[in-house]
Design a binder for this molecule. Structure first.
Ligand SMILES: NC(=O)c1ccc[n+]([C@@H]2O[C@H](COP(=O)([O-])OP(=O)(O)OC[C@H]3O[C@@H](n4cnc5c(N)ncnc54)[C@H](OP(=O)(O)O)[C@@H]3O)[C@@H](O)[C@H]2O)c1
Length: 272
């Protein structure tokens, strides 16, 4: 059980740490990257590793990768939608193309994996999805609206997936890290169209300063995922890091108060 893992974006950060830890413990790992050589370079050859070059925004390529995983290892037990990136820029600065590309990688690609893994999970009546959202999906930041949007979308679609998958004994866990020391803040894109008044550069500088100083340890996070995989009672929402816990709980508490403040108005729209 939980022997075969399929992981997107495994050449860096959480994906790489997870693949390494799984392989060291004898699991079988299919790991995707835009260039599989980047995985092979960092992990080396291992009979339990299937490194795959995949454009995860391309449904056919994702299907082929998943079929190849099953052909190689016999099945898939755990699918990890991990690959993602943060685009910074005020919404007026972000171009349609930049936003669409971000949604393509951070949301549509997740559904490509879900759509193509589900037939296998349903047939075997077991499976576990770990979908990477972010604490940024539980609240907004000026200058990161496109990232807030895609991570909120991951939370929303994963909640629906959990309901759809439950009758087939399939688990869904939304992994929402705070700041973790991966390559994430090492090279993130910034909207090309800069509009001075938004001072996006200030946010970019703040993020750059965090790089290498983030409190979260990726090795600790990936160990938790391995321990949770396939557990009968696995959390749907998994906040990772004190900062993520603080942010999400503060958000929910403050939202409830704000919603209650307008209860009368909200309740005034039914036909009499
Ligand atoms: N680290 C944090 O502080 C943090 C916090 C909250 C959420 N997260 C989430 O955690 C997940 C993993 O991030 P990480 O921290 O491990 O970052 P990372 O070290 O930068 O690694 C990101 C991985 O995602 C893939 N990726 C990045 N841009 C891509 C693109 N345009 N198209 C396809 N794949 C792309 C890369 O795959 P290739 O192999 O193809 O390069 C890479 O292996 C992401 O979903 C991120 O949003 C991270």
């Amino acid at each position: 059980m939980n022997n075969v893992w399929f992981i997107t974006g495994a050449s860096n950060g959480f994906g790489l740490a997870l693949a390494k830890k799984l392989l060291a413990s004898g699991y079988k790992v299919a790991a995707t990257s835009r260039n599989k050589a980047n995985i092979e370079e960092k992990i080396g050859t291992n009979p339990n590793l299937l490194a795959l070059t995949v454009d995860i925004t391309n449904d056919d390529e994702v299907k082929t990768a998943i079929d190849e995983t099953v052909k190689t290892f016999g099945n898939i037990d755990v699918a990890v939608n991990n690959a993602g990136y943060m685009l910074l820029g005020a919404l007026e600065e972000v171009s349609a193309k930049e936003f669409q590309q971000s949604v393509g990688v951070n949301v549509f690609a997740f559904q490509n994996v879900i759509r193509n893994v589900m037939p296998y999970f349903r047939k075997q009546k077991s499976g576990h999805f770990f979908n990477f959202a972010s604490s940024a999906g539980y609240g907004a930041d000026a200058g990161a609206g496109s990232y807030n949007a895609v991570k909120s979308a991951v939370i929303g679609l994963s909640e629906a997936l959990a309901l759809e998958a439950k009758p087939f004994n399939i688990n869904v866990t939304i992994v929402s890290p705070g700041l973790f020391r991966t390559n994430f803040l090492g090279a993130f894109p910034i909207a090309q169209n800069k509009i001075e008044v938004y001072n996006t550069q200030k946010l970019v500088d703040a993020m750059n300063q965090y790089h290498g100083q983030q409190p979260g340890n990726p090795d600790k996070l990936v160990k938790i995922l391995i321990d949770l995989a396939g557990k009968e009672i696995a959390p749907l929402h998994l906040l990772m890091g004190k900062d993520a816990y603080q942010r999400a709980t503060t958000y929910y508490q403050s939202q409830l108060e704000k919603l209650e403040a307008f209860k009368e108005l909200s309740s005034s729209t039914d036909f009499e």
